[in-house]
Structures are given as structure tokens and as C-alpha cells.
Write a protein that binds this ligand. Structure first.
Ligand SMILES: CC(C)(COP(=O)(O)OP(=O)(O)OC[C@H]1O[C@@H](n2cnc3c(N)ncnc32)[C@H](O)[C@@H]1OP(=O)(O)O)[C@@H](O)C(=O)NCCC(=O)NCCS
Length: 169
């Protein structure tokens, strides 16, 4: 497997912003917190600073946004949170990941999640919370293949769709 995870770079602007637009169609935020018109170099700098930060706020926690690249092409991404705020602890967990449509069904997702787990553990996260929508069969399979143990399926509510909470020890 030749997939690598690496931090966002200045030269990623075109590929990463177009990945962002593509995945918004699936309600997936490829570039967390990025909006069209955001200055790219400021965005890259802010993501780097977040990886060095130690401050947890209701909006942001120390985390790293890593591009999954294959032969220098961005094929997906992983976001690794080094600790959790209240919302992350309930809903989104330590790791979010995604693969661009044209690169799916080739087994890259488990490789990305496995590598993201190594990053989380290197930052002291021993038990990793990973969640997905209850109807996201591919993601549930990926999490289970990577050792996820289902804690619960949270039923749909007025605020949210049903989602699964998994722990990877
Ligand atoms: C979830 C996601 C990362 C899976 O990526 P992928 O590259 O297709 O993953 P894989 O090729 O490794 O496939 C994973 C498993 O799901 C299965 N699968 C893939 N698409 C499927 C589908 N539409 N229906 C049922 N199973 C499917 C694969 O066969 C594989 O199962 P297997 O190991 O038993 O063969 C990708 O669909 C994605 O990025 N979705 C949008 C973002 C997202 O949902 N992220 C996860 C939530 S944090």
C-alpha cells in the first residue's frame, strides 16, 4: 500500500479545495473550517497551529488535518483530534476520514484509518472513539476491519440522524 498521510501544504490549494467542493455534496467537510474566499496560506497556517495547540474550546481542540496521498495525488484525508470537547466526545470522536469518489472501493480507507490510529496513539490517545452514520455501511465496515468495537447505535433525534459509536483500543 502506497498511501501516505501528511500535513496540508501550500501547494495543495487547488487539489484540496476541489476535493472539499466534491465531498460537500455528501455533507462531508474535507477541509475543516474552510470557506470559499478564505486565504489559503492563512488556512494552512491555522491548521498547523491547531496541531501544536493545547487549548480545548467548545469549537476547537488540538488536532491535525492530514492529506492521504498516493504518488503525490490527494485521494482522501484524515482528521485526528488529540483530545475531545463535549460535542466530539459524544458525536464525532477522535478521527474523521474520507476517500475521494474516484479512489473508493480499493481498500484505501482502512489504510488511512490505520495510519490515523498510529497518529492518535502517538499523541497519547489510548482508546480511540470513531463514529459514523448508522446508514454508512462502508464506513462501519472500515471501522470494524480496523478493530472498532461497537458501543452503541444512537437513535435518530430531532437534531441528528442515527449514528454508531465505536471504540478502538
Ligand atoms: C467511508 C469511505 C471512506 C469508504 O471508502 P472506500 O474507499 O470505499 O472504502 P473501502 O474500499 O475500503 O471499502 C470499505 C468496505 O465497504 C464496502 N463498501 C464500499 N462501498 C459500499 C457500498 N456502497 N455498500 C456496501 N458496502 C460498501 C467495501 O466492499 C469494503 O468492505 P469489505 O472490506 O468487506 O470488502 C468512503 O465511502 C467515504 O469517504 N465516504 C464519505 C465520507 C465518510 O463517510 N467518511 C466516514 C465517516 S467519518
Amino acid at each position: 500500500m502506497r498511501v501516505r498521510l501528511r500535513p496540508l501544504r501550500l501547494e495543495d490549494e487547488d487539489a484540496a479545495t476541489s476535493a472539499h467542493q466534491e465531498m460537500l455534496e455528501e455533507d462531508f467537510e474535507f477541509l475543516i473550517g474552510w470557506q470559499p474566499g478564505t486565504d489559503w496560506s492563512e488556512y494552512v497556517t491555522s491548521r498547523r497551529e491547531l496541531a501544536r495547540s493545547t487549548t480545548v474550546t467548545p469549537d476547537q481542540v488540538p488536532s491535525t488535518l492530514l492529506m492521504a496521498v498516493l504518488d503525490d495525488e490527494i485521494i482522501g484525508r484524515a482528521s485526528v483530534r488529540f483530545c475531545l470537547n463535549e460535542w466530539l466526545a459524544w458525536h464525532a470522536g477522535h478521527i474523521g476520514y474520507g476517500v475521494l469518489r474516484e479512489h473508493r472501493h480499493q481498500g484505501y480507507a482502512p489504510e488511512i484509518l490505520q495510519q490515523a490510529l498510529v497518529v492518535a496513539r502517538a499523541h497519547g490517545v489510548d482508546r480511540v472513539l470513531v463514529t459514523c452514520r448508522d446508514d454508512n455501511i462502508p464506513s462501519a465496515k472500515v471501522i470494524e476491519v480496523c478493530g472498532g468495537v461497537l458501543e452503541q447505535v444512537v437513535p435518530a433525534s430531532a437534531e441528528d440522524v442515527a449514528f454508531r459509536r465505536y471504540w478502538i483500543g
